[in-house]
Structures are given as C-alpha cells and as structure tokens.
Write a protein that binds this ligand. Structure first.
Ligand code: FCX
Length: 437
C-alpha cells in the first residue's frame, strides 16, 4: 500500500465513527428548511451535502481543507525552482487534509509516473472522432473509453464486494484518472490544434510541468499549469460538476462513469464553459471596436448590449459567492507579477471590464453577485502564453476539477454515503401549500 493510501486509510477509519454518531444519535437534528423559491430555483443554498475537501464561504471564497488559496500555496512543498506547489502535493493535501513532506510528495510523483500511462485504445478512439468535435466531448469520451480499466467495477463484480473496503478501489481509479487526465488533455490539444503532433511524457517532470512540455509550451507555462489545475480543483460539492460526479457515483457507478458525467456538466456555459465564453465575448468586442482603443465608455456599452440582448455577462456572477472570487484574484496577481503579462492588451481589457462590469451589473439589478468569478481571468493567461484555442479552456478546467471530484468520491465511499435520492413534488402540491400559507 502506498504511503498516501495508508495515510488515507488512517484518516478514513478515524472519521467513520463521527459519521456513525451523527447519523445514529443526531440524525433528526434540523439544519435547514426548504421554501418554494428554492424548490423551483435550483435548490439554491439548501444545506444537504457533506464534504470536508473544501468549503465555500460567500464572502471569503474557497478554502481547501481549511486553507485559503494564498495559505494553500504558501503551505505546500513547491516544485523545484518554482513558487508554486506541484499538483501532486496538492492531491495529497486534498485527500488527507495534511501538508505532505517533500518525501511524501516524491512518493506521489513516482506513483503518478506509473499510473499516467494511457492505454493506446483511448488514442484510437479519439482519432476516430470527427476532428471538429468539441474538446470537452473528446475528454469525456476518453474517460468513458477507459471505464473498462475500472478497479472499482472489477471489485464490485468480483463477488467479494463490501462497503468497508470499496473506497480502496475508488482511490485506485481516482488516482489513475487524476494521473492520466492531463496526458489525455495534452493528446487532445495536439490532435486538434497541432496536426496530431504528439509529444511523449517526460518521466522527470511533475504533472503541471509535464503538461506544459506535452503541449509544446515554454518553461514559464509550467507554473501556469500548476496554478491553474490547483485553482480549478474544487469548489465544495454543490456545483454542477462536483455534484454530478457525486450523484452518479452514489449509485455505485465507478469513477470513470461518474467523472465523465461531471465533465458533461462542466461543459455547460453557465459553469465551466464560461471560460471559453469570456474569450469569445472579448474577441467579439474587439472585432466591433475595429481597431479603436477600448475605453470605459465602449466597454460599458458592450456590457449593456449583452444584457439588453437578454444574455449573461460571462465570467461574472456566482450562485454562492457574493464577492470577487479569490480564484480570480490569484490569477490576476499572477498576471500583475509576470513581466509582459500585465502590459498585455488583453489583460488590460479584462482589467477594464473588472472596473466596469460590477457597476453595470449592479445597475442592471438582476444578479445577486456582480463580481467576477474564476472564468473572467483564466483565458487571458492562456492566450498570453499562446494557448489561443479558447474552446480548449474548459478542458483545462476539467483536468483541474478531476482532483476535487476524485478526492470527494474517494471519501464518499470511505464514509459509505448513501445513494442520493431527493424527493420531488408536483406543481399542484406547491400551489396547495402556497394557498395554505
Ligand atoms: N450577467 C447577466 N445576468 C446575470 C449574471 C451575469 N453575469 N449573473 C446572474 N445573472 C442573472 C441571472 O441570469 C438571473 O436572471 P433571471 O432572474 O432572469 O433568471 C438573475 O441574475 C439572478 O441570478 P443569481 O441568483 O445572481 O445567479 P444564479 O445563482 O442563478 O446563477 C450563474 C449563477 C453563475 C449561473 C450566473 O451568475 C451566470 O450565469 N453567470 C455568467 C456565467 C458564468 O460566468 N458562469 C461561471 C460560474 C462559475 F464560476 C463556474 O462554475 O465556473
């Protein structure tokens, strides 16, 4: 058993009595109520999911295992020669809640080197798809194709399945998916945009650095990849991709089925696809400027044009957050400290939208949160480094989100969470309850 798996076993075993006690002794304690607005309005704010991987405070933003983004970056061991931690060290932290030692990180890196070999048939399947398929379709297909590798499914079919040990097989699948998904993403990038010029894995590089290497990027991009995958990993468990993954896995569908489903949710424009939409919006705006300089006035007009056409301003608003997303801030700070990037015209335009959009959205009066989310800033960085194919941006999100989703379902099985099955009611019932007050 690997060091990480052993640590996880210890943590899961220590946690189990807490869940048993809560269920047995305090199962009837009320922690929320549901009104008709929430029932019709996407179950917003209803407290009915449990996760310890991350928590999203509306004012403060995300905390991974109790740490804010700056605290997380500060605490974790860094990649060699970098200010940023490796994704592998973050994976250890997300799973266990403990900051790993450099040796523990090395052990995960070594484990991932073995796990990251993607079966050849995945590439055959991807090459068989129409080349103009959306890269999110390709990513989802790749994950589904690998389902036959599932160790969890094998355990289920072995006749020896039991609830106590099931998490170990989810962990195996989860680790395989996390290790392989950047390799698959790089393959998709090279297949779609670089004439199928594929690059072999560099066994000496950590996950983020290897991704940069595989898509033909510069050394500087290594930190972009590390930062990007970590920032996009988890946003507690009610968001569409994490919730879908959890829901599908709750039926004991294996992690491949579950994460392919999560990715399909991430591909929605109100969720992960918003990062692609942001770049599309900016490019449309620049086209309309026809060479003129962007100003506060013409940005304001473009925002109102979007709103008046009944569309949303991509990259702004959030279902839970009520302040600027700290994932936006972390990326903005990366831009500000990177020579060249802060002078980049696209960064300046995004900064101007940041100055303008909250006021416009407040005046528009609909959104509960006029502030930017993670997607408003992420595309600019990719664009600057030459990853200009913006329909690929959600794939990058999907690589990062695998970390959170896979950590979550490993713990779901560790703690034996039930199949998810909320109750639905009819409109007649709602009207009857409404009339009764
Ligand atoms: N532009 C215009 N209108 C907006 C808006 C925006 N950016 N954000 C919210 N609104 C509107 C909603 O469409 C809704 O209108 P309606 O009453 O006519 O249906 C109203 O404001 C109230 O919505 P609100 O409660 O503030 O937000 P929701 O929880 O319903 O939706 C999302 C949250 C994120 C879906 C919404 O803010 C949005 O569509 N934003 C743009 C897309 C985006 O950036 N998504 C990425 C979010 C996230 F970071 C991620 O998952 O990656």
């Amino acid at each position: 058993m690997s060091q990480l798996k052993e640590k996880l076993q210890e943590k899961i075993q220590a946690h189990r009595p807490r869940i048993t006690r809560l269920t047995k002794e305090f199962g009837s304690v009320v922690i929320d109520k549901v009104d008709i607005g929430q029932c019709i309005g996407g179950a917003r704010d209803i407290r009915c999911l449990v996760t310890d991987i991350s928590y999203l405070d509306p004012q403060e933003g995300i905390r991974f295992r109790g740490k804010t983004i700056p605290e997380t970056f500060e605490a974790l061991p860094k990649a060699a020669g970098s200010e940023y931690p490796t994704v592998e060290s973050f994976w250890y932290f997300l799973l266990t809640g403990e900051v790993p030692t450099p040796d523990q990180v090395k052990a995960v890196e070594a484990e991932f080197k073995v796990r990251q070999q993607v079966p050849e048939y995945v590439y055959t399947a991807l090459r068989a798809l129409p080349r103009d398929s959306h890269p999110m379709v390709m990513l989802s297909v790749a994950i589904m194709t690998m389902q036959k590798e599932s160790k969890f499914c094998g355990f289920y079919n072995s006749g020896k399945f039991n609830k106590m040990d099931a998490w170990e097989y989810v962990y195996e699948d989860a680790s395989d998916i996390v290790a392989r998904i950047p390799v698959v993403a790089a393959f998709i990038y090279n297949l779609k945009y670089r004439g199928d010029k594929q690059v072999a894995i560099d066994q000496n590089l950590d996950m983020g650095a290897n991704f940069a290497h595989m898509i033909g990027q510069s050394d500087q991009y290594k930190d972009v990849a590390r930062m990007y995958f970590i920032l996009h990993s988890d946003h507690e468990s009610g968001n569409v991709s994490a919730h879908t993954t959890h829901l599908v896995h709750s039926a004991l569908s294996d992690p491949y089925y579950a994460y392919a489903a999560g990715l399909n949710g991430l591909a929605g424009p109100l969720h992960g696809l918003a990062n692609q939409e942001v770049l599309g919006w900016i490019m449309d705006f620049q086209k309309k400027l026809n060479g003129a300089e962007p100003t506060k006035e013409n940005v304001t007009k473009a925002l109102w044009d979007t709103l008046n056409a009944g569309q949303v301003v991509p990259g702004y608003g959030h279902a839970v957050l009520r302040k600027t997303d700290p994932r936006y801030t972390a990326q903005r700070e990366f831009c500000l400290k990177t020579p060249g990037l802060k002078e980049d015209p696209l960064f300046k335009l995004v900064a101007m939208i940041f100055e303008t959009a909250p006021g416009v959205l407040t005046e528009h009066g609909k959104t509960k949160n006029p502030w930017p989310n993670v997607d408003a800033q992420s595309g600019v960085i990719q664009w600057y480094y030459g990853v200009k194919e913006w329909d690929f941006y959600t794939v990058l999100f999907g690589v990062g989100r695998a970390l959170g989703c896979m950590a979550n379902i490993t713990w779901d099985r560790g703690l034996g969470y039930a199949i998810e099955r909320p109750k639905s009611v009819t409109t007649d019932m709602l009207e009857k309850w409404a009339a009764e007050g």
